[in-house]
Design a protein around this ligand. Structure first.
Ligand code: FES
Length: 104
């Protein structure tokens, strides 16, 4: 068991317990935070857009071309990722991220 830390759009930080093998988008949604995940993790909507804390960027597997293409459809930040493309493992215990604005 481990956790991720998610800052919501009001600036409030939430510590969420994780399940290995779940998509980070699913963990955030399961805890009731406002992330849409419209396509269910198929990399087709970008409504699971998050900003990864700088210290964590290098610890994640790089984005696939598919993810990069989908990120091109929204206003990104240097540490933007699609949270449905990040599968949580114990290596990501303590992962820190912020929800992107709902319209991007
Ligand atoms: S949930 Fe649709 S791209 Fe992540």
């Amino acid at each position: 068991m481990g956790v991720i830390h998610v800052t919501d759009r009001q600036g409030q930080r939430h510590t969420l317990e994780c399940v290995e093998g779940w998509r980070v988008m699913e963990i955030i949604r399961d805890w009731g935070l406002p992330i849409e995940g419209v396509c269910g993790g198929a990399c087709e909507c970008a409504t699971c857009h998050v900003f990864i804390a700088k210290d964590w960027v290098e610890k994640l597997d790089p984005a696939t071309d598919e993810e990069e293409d989908q990120l091109d459809t929204v206003i990104t930040h240097p540490t933007s990722r699609l949270s449905c493309q990040i599968i949580w493992t114990p290596d990501l215990d303590g992962l820190e991220l912020t929800l992107a604005p709902a319209n991007g």
